[in-house]
Design a protein around this ligand. Structure first.
Ligand code: NAD
Length: 295
C-alpha cells in the first residue's frame, strides 16, 4: 500500500521537499500558515487542507517542516492540531530543527493516541532540499524508521537512523555547531587576508586546496565574495539552533565555549536587523568589528 502523506510547513525547505514527494508519485495533503504557499502546490497536484488536524485526518504519515519548537508544538498539540485528527497507527515525522526536550514530550503525546513519531532533522540547505540530496538524521523506533525510509530516500541522499527519540535533534545540534563555527573561522580568515592585501578569492582558492578546505567555502563562496546574503539559511534560525546546542550542553554538562561566542555574534546580527539574511552574513560582524570590508 502506498502511504498517504501529509506535509505541514512549506517554506524555503518544506516546499521543494513536498514537490519532490509529489514528483515521486505520493498523494500529498498540505497545509501552511500563509495559505498562498500551499495553493502553489495545489497546481502540482497536492490537496490543500484547512488545518493540521485536517491534514492528519487524511494522512498515514504526516511530515512537519516548521521554524522552531513553539510552531511544532502548536501544530502537533495545539487547537486544530495533528493530535486532534490523527489515526491509530499513523506516523508523525518532524523534520524541523527543534529542541530534543520538546521532541521527547511530543513523542509521548503522539504515542498516547496510538500513533508514533520520528525526529528527522536535515542538513544540506535549500539546494539539498531542491535536489533531493539532504542529509537526514533520524531518531526514534527502528521499525518507524524503516516505514518512513522510502520518503526519506526521495528527499535525501544520506539517510541515517542515529538512535532513539531525540537523537536526530542532538545530531543536528552537533552539525549546527560545526557549520556556525566554520562560517565564523572563514570570515576571520577572509577579513585578515583582505586587510593584509590578499584578494578574498585567492584566500578561498588557496585555503580550499589544503587542510583548511571545507564545504562552507565552496557553498557560500559567491555570497562571501559578492556580499549578497539572501537566504539560504536565515541567520536567526542558526541563532535558534545554537540556543538548542547550548541548552543541551548545559543539560549534559558539556562545555561549548566557542559555540557560546558565535551564539552571541548571531544575536548581534539579529539586533542589527540582519536576522533574515543568510548565515554567511556573519562575515559582516567580523567586518564590522574590524572596520574593514573585504575586497
Ligand atoms: P521557513 O521559515 O522558510 O519555513 C517555515 C514554514 O512554516 C513557512 O512557510 C511558514 O509559513 C510555516 N509556518 C510557520 N508556522 C506555522 C504554523 N504554526 N502552521 C503552519 N505553518 C507554519 O523555514 P525553513 O528555512 O524552511 O526551515 C524550516 C526548518 O528547517 C527550520 O527548523 C530550520 O532550522 C530547518 N533547516 C533549514 C535549512 C535551510 O537551509 N533553510 C537547512 C536545514 C534545516
Amino acid at each position: 500500500m502506498v502511504e498517504k502523506v501529509g506535509f505541514i510547513g512549506l517554506g524555503i525547505m518544506g516546499k521543494p521537499m513536498a514537490k519532490n514527494l509529489i514528483s515521486a508519485g505520493y498523494e500529498l495533503t498540505v497545509y501552511n500558515r500563509s495559505p498562498e504557499k500551499a495553493d502553489e502546490l495545489a497546481g502540482d497536484g497536492a490537496t490543500v487542507a484547512e488545518s493540521p488536524k485536517d491534514v492528519a485526518a487524511q494522512s498515514d504519515i504526516i511530515v512537519t517542516m516548521l521554524p522552531d519548537s513553539p510552531q511544532v508544538y502548536e501544530v502537533v498539540a495545539g487547537e486544530n492540531g495533528i493530535l486532534e485528527g490523527i489515526s491509530d497507527g499513523a506516523l508523525v515525522v518532524d523534520m524541523s530543527t527543534i529542541s530534543p526536550v520538546v521532541t521527547e514530550e511530543l513523542a509521548v503525546a503522539v504515542k498516547e493516541k496510538g500513533a508514533s513519531m520520528l525526529d528527522a532533522p536535515v542538513s544540506g540547505g535549500d539546494v539539498g532540499a531542491i535536489e533531493g540530496t539532504l542529509s537526514i538524521m533520524v531518531g526514534g523506533d527502528e521499525g518507524d524508521f524503516e516505514r518512513a525510509k522510502p520518503l526519506f530516500e526521495v528527499m535525501g541522499k544520506t539517510v541515517t537512523h542515529v538512535g532513539p527519540t531525540g537523537a536526530g535533534q542532538v545530531t543536528k545540534a552537533a552539525n549546527q555547531i560545526v557549520v556556525a563555527l566554520t562560517i565564523e573561522a572563514v570570515s576571520e580568515a577572509l577579513v585578515l587576508g583582505s586587510k593584509g592585501g590578499v584578494a578574498p578569492e585567492k584566500i578561498l582558492d588557496v585555503l580550499g586546496g589544503g587542510l583548511a578546505g571545507n564545504k562552507v567555502m565552496e557553498v557560500k563562496r559567491e555570497k562571501f565574495l559578492s556580499h549578497t546574503f539572501d537566504p539560504g539559511f536565515r541567520s536567526e534560525l542558526h541563532h535558534k539552533d545554537l540556543g538548542i546546542a547550548l541548552t543541551a550542553g548545559r543539560e549534559y554538562g558539556v562545555a561549548l565555549p566557542v559555540t557560546a561566542i558565535v551564539d552571541q555574534m548571531l544575536l548581534a546580527m539579529r539586533k542589527k536587523g540582519w536576522g533574515g539574511e543568510d548565515h554567511s552574513a556573519l562575515l559582516r560582524i567580523i567586518e564590522d568589528l574590524s572596520q574593514h570590508e573585504i575586497g
